[in-house]
Design a protein around this ligand. Structure first.
Ligand code: ATP
Ligand code: MG
Length: 684
C-alpha cells in the first residue's frame, strides 16, 4: 500500500531509483527531470518500506529555501514524526549542529559566534590598520595600503576551501611582499577569530572536516548514527564538502547523490562538478541512474535549453531534455533600445497577461547581476505592479538587524569584540573612538576581551576609593552599557529569547534611535522603515520559537543566532520572508533561482558582456564561458510554460553608457534552431 502510494506519481525510471536496493547511487540527469522529487520520495521509501529509522537519515542540500521545501515535502509524504527526527538541512547547518555538539573537541568554546563576510572584512581592516599604526612591521606602507580587505578575505576564504591553514599559506603563498602580507593577515585573522571565539562560513566546514578527521570517537558516533546520506545539487559541492561527506559516511552507510553537471554554477566559489566522477571512483559499488523526461517545461522551452547547452564541451555526458508537457507557445525574444525601455516593455507584458487572468506571482524575472534589477524595479513600480526581490536587500545584513543581533551575540559570547564594537555606541552613549582606544589598552594589558576589560574597570572603580579620576570617568561612561549587557546575560541564562530581543531592541534604545532616523530620512526620500524591520525581527524570533517548540526542541539563543547567520541574502525577500508570495512578481539573480520553477520566466539583460558576464578589462576564459553558459541554461530551464528572453541595445553600466546588444548565447541558439527551419521563437 505504502509502496504504491510512494511510486504512483513517478515514471518507470524514477520508480526504479526510488525503489532500488539500498546502496551507493548517483543520479545524473538534466533540469526538471524530477531529481529533487526522486530524492524526497527515496527518503520516504527508506523510512516506510526499508524501515530505516528517521534519525539515521541525513539529507543535505544547498540553500535554506531548498531545505525548507524538502522538509515540507518529506513531512507531507512521511509525516511530522519522521521529519522531527531526521536531519534535512544545508551543509552549513549540519556543520553548525555538529560544532555545537562537539565544540570542545573542535577546539571552540561552546558559545562561539558565526560571523559573515562583512564582519570578516571588518576584522581584516582592523588588522591592516593596526599594522600601519605599528609602523608596518616589516611591510611597506604602500603594500599595506594597496591590499584591499576584500581581496585578503577572498584569499583566506579560498585557502580555507582548499584546507589550508595560515601556517600552510606562510610557506606556499610566494615570497613577494603582497603575498607575504596576505599570509601575515591570514595568520592574524586566524588568531583574532580564535581569541574571540568567532567562526566564519568557510571555517564552519573546515573545522567540522578537521574534527571528523582527527577525532575518531566523534567520527564513530556519526558512522553509528547515519545509515543513509542523500545529497541534492551534488554538482555544486566543493572539495571540502566532498571530504565532509566521505568522513560522515561510515563503512555501513549508503550515499545517494543527485545532480546535473550542466547546472554547476558555483565553481567560482570552489564547487567542482568533477566530484561526480570522483564519487563513482571513491565509493564502492555505485549504481548509476539517468532520468530523461522533463516534467517542468514545454518542448519549445526545452529546445532552446538543449540548443544552448550544446555549446559546452566540458560535459560529463550529453543529455537532451525531452518534454512531457507538449510543444507550448513559442519562446519570445524581446528587443529593447535601452534598459529603461526593457523595464517599460517587461511591465507592459506582465500587466497585459495579468489582465487576462495570470497572477503576478506566476512571473519570475531573472537577471545575471544584482544591480540590473534597478531599471526593472522602477518601471514595475511606475506601472503599479507588485514585486518581491530575493537577495537585493539582505534582511540579516541590514545595519539595524545586525546591531540588534550583536547585543544577543555579546550576551552569548562576551569575547566577541566585533559585536561589542558594533553596538557600544549605538545608540550614542558618548563612547567615542578615544574611549574605545582606552578600553583596548586595558584589554591588552590584561590579555582579555573588551567586555572583560569593561567589567574589570567598573569593578575596580567601585571597589577602590583611590582609583584615578580618569579610570572613574571611563568606568562611568561604560556603566550603562554594562548594565544592559548584564541584563541580557541574565535573560540568556534563562534562555528567554523573546525577552532578550525586547531588551536588545527597546531597552537598548535601538528602536527609538532608528525610529527617529526613519522620520528624518523620510522627509528626504520615501520609506525607509528600519524601526519596522526591527519589529519584523521580533516576528522572526516568534516564528522560530513556535517552530522549534512544534519540533519538540528548545528554542535556544545559540540556535537562533546560528539560523540568522546562515540565512544568506540570496534566498530571502526584502522583509526576511523565505516564502514565495504568490501575489507578487518574483525577481532574483539566476544564481538564486537554482532548483526553482515558475510558470512564466523573463530573462532580462540577456546581453553581450552581461551574459556571459565579462568583468571590465578582463577577458573570458573558455572555462568561465562554459560556466556562464550553464548559468544561462539554469535560467532558461526554470520556465514551465512561457519564456521571454529580453535584451537591450545599450545600457548604463558602472556609470557609463555602453552598447551591449544580443548576447552571443542568444545568437548561438538562433543559429542552432534556425538551421532546422523551425524556430520555436518569435520576436515581440
Ligand atoms: P532541477 O534540475 O531544476 O533541480 P529537478 O530534476 O530536481 O530539477 P524537480 O524539481 O524534482 O526536478 O521536478 C520538476 C517538476 O516536475 C516538479 O514540478 C515536479 O513535481 C515535476 N515532476 C517530476 N516528476 C514527475 C512525474 N513523474 N510526474 C509528474 N510531475 C513530475
Ligand atoms: Mg532539483
Amino acid at each position: 500500500m505504502e509502496r504504491d502510494y510512494l511510486l504512483r506519481s513517478l515514471n518507470p525510471a524514477q520508480r526504479e531509483v526510488v525503489s532500488a536496493p539500498r546502496g551507493n547511487m548517483i543520479i545524473v540527469a538534466g533540469a526538471g527531470t524530477g531529481k529533487t522529487r526522486v530524492l524526497v520520495s527515496r527518503v520516504s521509501w527508506l523510512l516506510q518500506v526499508e524501515g530505516v529509522p528517521a534519525r539515521s537519515i541525513l539529507a543535505v542540500t544547498f540553500t535554506n529555501k531548498a531545505a525548507q521545501e524538502m522538509r515540507l515535502r518529506i513531512g507531507a509524504l512521511a509525516g511530522e514524526g519522521a521529519l522531527r527526527a531526521l536531519w534535512c538541512s544545508t551543509f552549513h547547518s549540519v556543520c553548525v549542529r555538529l560544532l555545537f555538539a562537539y565544540a570542545t573537541q573542535a577546539g571552540l568554546r561552546p558559545n562561539f559566534t558565526i560571523i559573515d563576510t562583512d564582519d570578516g572584512k571588518g576584522i581584516v581592516k582592523a588588522i591592516l590598520r593596526d599594522l600601519r599604526e605599528q609602523g608596518g612591521q616589516g611591510f611597506s606602507t604602500a603594500a599595506i595600503e594597496q591590499l584591499k580587505p576584500q581581496d585578503a578575505l577572498h584569499a583566506i576564504s579560498k585557502a580555507k576551501s582548499q584546507r589550508q591553514r595560515a601556517a600552510d599559506c606562510a610557506a606556499t603563498w610566494g615570497r613577494d611582499e603582497r603575498s607575504r602580507l596576505a599570509a601575515r593577515v591570514y595568520r592574524e585573522y586566524e588568531r583574532r577569530c580564535e581569541e574571540q571565539n568567532l567562526v566564519d562560513f568557510d571555517e564552519l566546514l573546515l573545522r567540522t572536516v578537521e574534527l571528523l578527521e582527527r577525532n575518531e570517537a566523534v567520527r564513530d558516533l556519526q558512522h553509528h548514527r547515519f545509515q543513509e546520506i542523500l545529497v541534492d545539487e551534488f554538482q555544486d559541492t566543493s572539495a571540502l564538502q566532498y571530504d565532509f561527506l566521505r568522513l560522515m559516511a561510515g563503512p555501513g552507510a549508503h550515499v545517494s547523490v543527485v545532480g546535473d553537471d550542466d547546472q554547476s554554477i558555483y565553481t567560482w566559489r570552489g564547487a567542482d562538478y568533477t566530484n561526480m566522477r570522483r564519487f563513482m571512483a571513491d565509493f564502492p559499488a555505485v549504481s548509476q541512474h539517468k532520468l530523461d523526461e522533463n516534467y517542468r517545461s514545454t518542448q519549445n522551452i526545452l529546445d532552446v535549453a538543449n540548443a544552448l547547452i550544446k555549446g559546452n564541451t566540458e560535459r560529463l555526458m550529453e543529455k537532451v531534455l525531452h518534454g512531457t508537457q507538449g510543444e507550448g507557445s513559442p519562446v519570445s525574444v524581446l528587443s529593447n533600445y535601452t534598459a529603461q525601455a526593457e523595464g517599460i516593455n517587461v511591465a507592459r507584458i506582465i500587466a497585459g497577461r495579468h489582465q487576462k487572468g495570470e497572477p503576478y506571482g506566476s512571473f519570475c524575472i531573472l537577471y545575471r547581476l544584482n544591480h540590473l534589477s534597478l531599471a526593472l524595479e522602477q518601471q514595475l513600480s511606475a506601472a503599479g505592479i507588485p514585486y518581491q526581490i530575493y537577495g537585493g536587500l539582505k534582511f540579516f545584513e541590514r545595519e539595524e538587524i545586525k546591531n540588534a543581533l550583536a547585543y544577543l551575540q555579546l550576551a552569548l559570547n562576551p569575547a566577541d569584540n566585533v559585536a561589542l564594537l558594533r553596538i557600544i555606541n549605538v545608540p550614542s552613549r558618548k563612547i567615542g573612538p578615544a574611549v574605545v582606544a582606552q578600553l583596548y589598552q586595558v584589554a591588552e594589558e590584561r590579555g582579555c576581551s573588551l567586555m572583560d576589560a569593561i567589567d574589570a574597570l567598573i569593578e575596580y572603580a567601585g571597589a577602590s576609593p583611590d582609583a584615578p579620576d580618569a579610570v572613574r570617568k571611563l568606568a562611568r561612561r561604560c556603566s550603562a552599557f554594562k548594565a544592559l549587557v548584564d541584563r541580557l546575560r541574565g535573560l540568556a541564562a534563562g534562555e528567554d529569547l523573546l525577552a532578550m530581543l525586547d531588551c536588545a531592541i527597546d531597552e537598548s534604545g535601538l528602536h527609538d534611535y532608528y525610529r527617529q532616523k526613519d522620520e528624518k530620512d523620510r522627509k528626504g526620500m520615501g520609506d525607509n522603515l528600519r524601526a519596522a524591520n526591527l519589529d519584523e525581527l521580533r516576528g522572526h524570533a516568534g516564528r522560530f520559537v513556535a517552530e522549534q517548540s512544534a519540533l519538540g526542541e528548545a528554542p535556544t539563543l545559540a540556535d537562533f543566532l546560528a539560523t540568522t547567520s546562515l540565512q544568506s541574502g540570496t534566498e530571502m525577500a526584502e522583509n526576511g520572508a523565505v516564502d514565495t508570495d504568490t501575489s507578487k512578481v518574483q525577481m532574483m539573480t539566476i544564481h538564486a533561482a537554482k532548483g526553482l520553477e515558475f510558470p512564466s520566466v523573463i530573462l532580462a539583460g540577456c546581453e553581450r558582456t552581461i551574459l556571459p558576464h565579462v568583468r571590465f578589462g578582463m577577458g573570458l576564459s573558455p572555462r568561465d564561458e562554459e560556466e556562464e553558459r550553464r548559468l544561462a541554461y539554469v535560467a532558461v530551464t526554470r520556465a514551465q510554460q512561457r519564456l521571454i528572453i529580453s535584451y537591450a541595445q545599450a545600457r548604463v553600466l558602472y556609470g557609463k553608457t555602453v552598447t551591449t546588444g544580443k548576447s552571443p548565447f542568444l545568437l548561438e541558439v538562433e543559429r542552432a534552431l534556425g538551421g532546422s527551419g523551425h524556430l520555436p521563437y518569435r520576436y515581440l
